[in-house]
Design a protein around this ligand. Structure first.
Ligand code: FIX
Ligand code: ZN
Length: 441
């Protein structure tokens, strides 16, 4: 009997009865009927990096959302509420947080079975903590109120199988910015990102904020504006030390274009990303507030013209671009572009795409065309405990897809080993991020 891997006893490996233990030796071929179990084991025992979230390090205090009432009032669930309940958005948004949660819970979880992706996610979180998944919220509320944030975060990350998350940090957010300037303590499990939407997309509403902070900028972008925006980005890069910069862009995003957005992008953002050797994350395809009454839940999706991305990749070969697109119709094109440009890293199944039916299609296309040179998923979590269900769903969807991929490789004559599987999963969910952000060369 081949020796087991030194680090695990048979019991720790939780090897199913009748399992051919020899394939647990790294370089042995795994029998076809054991591939799925081996893939599941490696997925479950690898800690992932969550490369895009709206979570916050503990020192950013009230910016961070967690607990059952935040989970239930997630904007995905608010959108679903209005399909089941006659309450108007104006009436709903006048309620307290607890009243909103009670209404959503009654409507989507009691009066109707929680079968949608977002409702099922809340059920999975409650179940993970052994809390009732139906009936009153009393016990769940008492449980979350009893938790201490620092220990709760560690437990949540353990349950989610993640080692660290990447944040979204907005230097023009009136609540967040002062916390950074007062010296908010960093946390090795939370990596900062400099978010650029208010500059690139909402300059008309924000140029005066920069001016009030002593930056000699103009609404029309003239004068010293470009130099001063570079100074602003340099200041916040030194303060936050972002692992990348990020911006969400509309489906109509165009490049080249004679616009302030493109001037800021090409004269300020991309040069500083090159200087600091960090990528820019462009998330393209949002139709903002198609229904303004729904607030954060009001955004929609539009197919983008990816020739804009193509020209960016061509014109800025020294820059690296994380890219996630919101339209399902853009996904095959994006994967094709990744075959043409090594400075493009497709990532995630974003927002309206983060459903098993679409994740499966996108992931299979990417594996078939890119091998493991992409990042399959991010959580986009806005509430801490969402990482538990979002990463459970990712593992559940990935397992059959990866197993099938290795099955085909074996059938075509190259047996798969445990070492192959471990290496590939590490590359997909950790190494590609580390390498692309130059955290490891
Ligand atoms: O721009 C973004 O980072 C989007 O992910 C969010 O604005 C969006 O509301 C979201 O949370 C989607 O999952
Ligand atoms: Zn996001």
């Amino acid at each position: 009997m081949a020796a087991l891997n030194d680090n695990f006893s048979k019991a720790e490996l939780r090897i199913p009865a009748g399992f051919d233990i020899s394939c647990y030796v790294n370089s042995s071929a795994i029998p076809a009927d054991q591939i799925r179990a081996a893939v599941e084991h490696e997925l479950n025992t690898t800690q992932f990096i969550d490369i895009h979230t709206h979570l916050f390090q503990p020192s950013l205090g009230s910016m961070g959302l967690w607990g059952i009432d935040e989970l239930i009032t997630y904007h995905y669930l608010e959108a679903e509420l209005f399909r089941f309940n006659p309450i108007t958005p104006v009436e709903y948004f006048s309620l307290t947080k607890r009243q909103k949660a009670d209404l959503i819970w009654k409507t989507l979880f009691i009066e109707n079975a929680p079968i949608s992706e977002a409702t099922r996610g809340v059920v999975a979180v409650l179940n993970a903590f052994g809390l009732p998944t139906s009936g009153a919220l009393t016990e769940a509320r008492a449980f979350f109120e009893s938790r201490t944030l620092e220990t709760h975060i560690k437990e949540v990350f353990r349950l989610a199988g993640i080692s660290e998350v990447v944040m979204t940090n907005d230097p023009l957010d009136p609540d967040e910015a002062p916390m950074w300037e007062k010296g908010a303590a960093g946390d090795p499990q939370f990596h900062p990102v400099l978010r650029l939407d208010r500059i690139l997309n909402k300059w008309a509403q924000h140029w005066e904020v920069l001016r009030s902070q002593g930056y000699d900028v103009q609404e029309d972008g003239g004068g010293k504006t470009m130099a001063e925006v570079r100074r602003f980005l340099g200041y916040w890069s030194n303060l936050m030390k972002p692992v990348y910069m990020a911006v969400s862009l509309p489906d109509t995003f165009a490049y080249p274009e004679d616009s302030l957005r493109v001037k800021f992008l090409t004269q300020c953002v991309l040069p500083i990303c090159r200087e600091r050797a960090i990528p820019l994350s462009v998330m393209i395809g949002v139709r903002y507030l198609v229904n303004p009454a729904l607030k954060l839940a009001g955004d929609g999706v539009g197919k983008s013209d990816l020739r804009a991305l193509e020209r960016l990749l061509l014109d800025f070969p020294e820059n690296r671009f994380f890219t996630s697109l919101l339209s399902r119709e853009n996904q095959h094109e994006l994967t094709t572009y990744a075959r043409k440009f090594a400075n493009l890293m497709p990532f995630g199944c974003w927002w309206f795409l983060n459903n098993p039916s679409v994740v499966e299609e996108m992931t299979r296309i990417r594996l078939e065309m890119l091998g493991t040179s992409f990042i399959p998923q991010h959580s986009d979590a806005r509430v801490l405990e969402q990482v538990i269900y979002k990463w459970r769903n990712t593992r559940r969807t990935m397992a059959p897809i990866l197993a099938n991929t290795y099955q085909l490789m074996s059938e075509d004559g190259r047996p798969v080993t445990r070492e192959d599987i471990r290496h590939d999963i590490n590359r997909l969910f950790r190494e590609n991020f580390d390498t692309f952000t130059r955290r490891t060369v």
